[in-house]
Design a binder for this molecule. Sequence first.
Ligand code: IDP
Ligand code: MG
Length: 139
Amino acid sequence: MERTFIILKPDCMEKKLAGTVLSRFEKAGLKIVACKMQQLTDSLLREHYSHLTDKPFFGFLCDYMKKMPVIMAILEGEDAIAKVRELLGPTKSADAPAGTIRGDYGDKSIVTFNVCHASDSPESAAAEIKRFFANNEIF
Ligand code: IDP
Ligand code: MG
């Protein structure tokens, strides 16, 4: 059993796709073991996206990610980290095949608006779960 961390991003919330996206994960056999709604801040985003601080789109990404409350969750299941990334599809929604979450619901012209974040490795999953959830919020 493995755990991974997801964020339903502002474009997902705005399009009222939260239930649809969570349902995709549940239908793939993943279990929600933590879930909350929170508005992100610059300091959390600077940590969460520390690999991107020097990119030209970093300011735009942070402004977008903090513009409204998002849903954050921890999903548990066999091979959860790779499975969730596969369900999402690649970062660029325009390159994501139909049937993937980003392929079906992501913005094909603005890369930033790609519906959902998911941890990309066991190390990032552990760090992100610790960053966004207290132990007593995980069930
Ligand atoms: P990931 O979300 O697929 O793991 P990362 O490279 O970690 O992709 O980038 C984090 C987020 O930054 C992406 O999900 C997307 O919202 C945004 N992003 C990544 N690359 C670009 C880009 O080239 N232009 C604009 N936004 C980008
Ligand atoms: Mg990433």
